[in-house]
Design a protein around this ligand. Structure first.
Ligand code: NAI
Ligand code: 15L
Length: 269
């Protein structure tokens, strides 16, 4: 596949979308933007819901690849999560199939495997082929999304890299995030690797920086050419001093998904 240049970025008004709008062009991309909300400073962005199949088909026409960030990013009702994250994803794959787009980078989440016990001490890193253990309807939608990606590769030859993002924010803000942080520059590096690696079929990777306290195995991401440069460790002393280390028997800290397993944050809309 020739290196993609024109990329549709869905979810462009969101937190990660805003960061990637700034960082991805330096990797050589012309971005076409889409979100259901207006995108600040981007009057040409396509304002469309993932429910709108016609708008999605027009949005993917002529692009080389899609970075799909749009959707509900926290917990909500089963119906709302499935409509945006599963039916919406199906609409995107159908639009890609109809318009001949061959590569999608799908923002999956650590919450697809959120009920996996977090490694402690000398436990091995969690492998990428660990069974799905979603911690919420939100995590369930990401697990289903990964299966949809596999189906569209096997049945229709559309390649996907499913990125189980840890926590992508400008800085880590909790002890858990010291293990799962994905710095925005590393996120752009990972998306670039996912867009350009050859013959990915459907590949699942974890999305984190090279954190000293990492919980999961980044080898499938590194195999795509991802070379993370950041580590949360410089933030550790301050965060631990402010927040303290969680107790070993704290149920909100027992699993990869953290507090999503016990008291998930809710989608506000
Ligand atoms: P966000 O909630 O800030 O952004 C999501 C964007 O999707 C919003 O701008 C929203 O308007 C748009 N959107 C929602 N429903 C839509 C629909 N039906 N049609 C069109 N647009 C719609 O989320 P964030 O943090 O930027 O995350 C981006 C993606 O990455 C999400 O898919 C999220 O699940 C995933 N992710 C993010 C992580 C993080 O650390 N920020 C961690 C793991 C996964
Ligand atoms: C996610 O999947 C959420 O979209 C993001 O807002 C963070 O909460 C992240 O997981 C996390 O686990 O910290």
């Amino acid at each position: 596949m020739p290196a993609p240049r024109t990329v549709l970025l869905t979810g462009a008004a969101g937190g990660v979308g805003t960061l990637m709008r700034e960082l991805l062009p330096a990797h050589g991309y012309d971005l076409r933007l889409l979100d259901v909300a207006p995108v600040d400073g981007a009057p040409d962005a396509i304002v469309a819901d993932l429910a709108d199949r016609k708008a999605l088909r027009e949005a993917v026409r002529g692009v080389d690849a899609v970075v799909h960030l749009a959707g509900i990013s926290l917990e909500s009702t089963f119906e709302k999560v499935m409509a945006a994250n599963v039916t919406g994803l199906h609409h995107l794959y159908e639009a890609a199939r109809e318009e001949g787009v061959r590569r999608i980078v799908f923002a999956s989440s650590n919450h697809a495997v959120g009920f996996t016990p977090r490694p402690r001490g000398d436990d091995p890193l969690v492998p990428v082929d660990t069974p799905h253990r979603p911690d919420t309807f939100y995590g369930l939608s990401k697990a289903f999304g990964e299966d949809m990606a596999q189906f569209y590769w096997d049945a229709h030859g559309i390649e996907t890299v499913s990125v189980r993002i840890g926590s992508c924010f400008p800085e880590p803000t909790s002890v858990r995030m010291l293990s799962i942080w994905l710095s925005p520059p590393d996120c752009a590096r990972l998306l670039h690797a996912a867009l350009t690696a050859e013959d990915v079929g459907h590949t699942v990777v974890y999305g984190s920086s090279a954190n000293t306290r990492l919980w999961w195995d980044l080898s499938s991401a590194r195999a795509l050419g991802y070379a993370p440069r950041d580590d949360s460790e410089p933030f550790a002393e301050r965060i631990i001093a402010e927040r303290g280390l969680p107790a070993d028997d704290d149920p909100a800290e027992a699993h990869l998904g953290g507090h999503f397993c016990t008291d998930p944050p809710r989608w506000p809309h």
